[in-house]
Design a binder for this molecule. Structure first.
Ligand code: ADP
Length: 239
């Protein structure tokens, strides 16, 4: 496996609050990394820092040994559902198509046939082709989450960052989403924040337990055991 993203001595503060301290780890191409830890442990901040939305006050992040821009590494991001407005009057297909908008968007942008075919492809991958014309306010939690994954996939990313994609969905959708992510990992690097520690321990290639700094990192079962054998420090509560 070759190095995709390298995080070196990264520390992040919001005002006086230190959210991340001295993080060091590498994301390899083809990796599947689960990030676990308590609320407020800095998990979302870590993804936002990788995306460049939050700037570290110390340390560096390199992409294929250079900057994100120069590397051409494409990142897909699936944010937490509660950060999005579900009342917005738009259909499932329009949400995915919007990922294809050029940066200098024309008001009446016309999508190409290729864009439309690619969007239908990702809708089929996540199992939403049949409901592509449905208004987003009519979706279940699981369908909404799959739509967000499809939107991130529409830009054909090298790496997919997911922030708790299974927290507000029913058990059945949880299983479907984990199985979808596992199959996406055949062609794509995955980093996922989750509280479903058992599920991610079975599925990920590496786990990181984050609580401002990295408490434990590596083989999922070792990290799980470390967390389990330190009951006062369990990530995200009950295992
Ligand atoms: P997690 O995703 O593990 O729950 P976060 O990354 O959301 O953790 O938060 C880490 C810490 O940073 C928390 O103390 C949180 O209150 C704080 N924090 C997160 N976002 C902001 C922000 N935009 N402004 C100020 N503090 C923030």
């Amino acid at each position: 496996m070759s190095e995709l993203i390298k995080i070196e001595d990264v520390s992040v503060k919001y005002g006086n609050i230190e959210a991340l301290r001295d993080l060091n780890f590498t994301i390899e191409e083809g990796d599947y990394i689960g990030i676990i830890g308590p609320n407020g442990g800095g998990k979302s901040t870590l993804l936002k820092t990788i995306l460049g939305l939050v700037k570290p006050y110390k340390g560096t992040i390199t992409f294929k040994e250079t900057s994100l821009k120069k590397s051409n590494v494409k990142i897909g991001y699936v944010p937490q559902i509660n950060e999005l407005n579900r009342k917005f009057p738009i259909t499932v297909k329009e949400v995915i198509l919007s990922a294809k908008l050029p940066i200098n968007m024309a008001i009446f942008h016309k999508y190409s046939e290729k864009d439309i075919q690619e969007v239908e492809g990702v809708l089929s991958t996540v199992g939403l082709l049949d409901i592509q014309h449905r208004h987003i306010s009519e979706l279940s939690g699981g369908e909404f989450q799959k739509m967000l994954i499809a939107r991130a996939l529409a830009s054909n990313p090298d790496i997919l960052l997911l922030d708790e994609p299974t927290s507000l969905v029913d058990m059945n959708s949880q299983k479907q989403i984990y199985s979808l992510i596992k199959s996406l990992n055949e062609n794509m690097t995955i980093v996922i924040i989750t509280h479903h520690v058992k599920e991610i321990t079975k599925q990920a290639k590496k786990l990181i337990w984050l609580e401002k700094n990295i408490k434990s990192c590596g083989d999922p079962f070792e990290v799980y055991k470390f967390a389990y054998l330190n009951p006062t420090e369990q990530p995200g509560g009950k295992l």
